[in-house]
Design a protein around this ligand. Structure first.
Ligand code: ZN
Length: 78
């Protein structure tokens, strides 16, 4: 573990995503390594999904993001 963000699965080896935390990327945690609220992370993942899935609606993207997050260690127990 430690190579992928525990919240969104993004690769932490990417210097653009790296954060002081070794568990979360810069999109999921602040500069102190504190995880952002679930709503914020979900919106971020939904927007990311829409960038590579043309035609998907924002609502569909949100639902898929929620589903995706349930497979992530940071959100799995919710
Ligand atoms: Zn992340």
């Amino acid at each position: 573990m430690g190579q992928y963000c525990h919240s969104c699965g993004g690769p932490l080896a990417d210097p653009n995503l790296k954060r002081p935390s070794d568990q979360f990327c810069r999109y999921c945690a602040d500069s102190h390594g504190n995880l952002y609220p679930e709503e914020r992370v979900q919106v971020g993942i939904a927007q990311w999904l829409m960038t590579w899935q043309p035609g998907i609606t924002e609502r569909e993207a949100r639902e898929r993001a929620a589903h995706y997050m349930r497979a992530m260690p940071a959100w799995a127990e919710k």
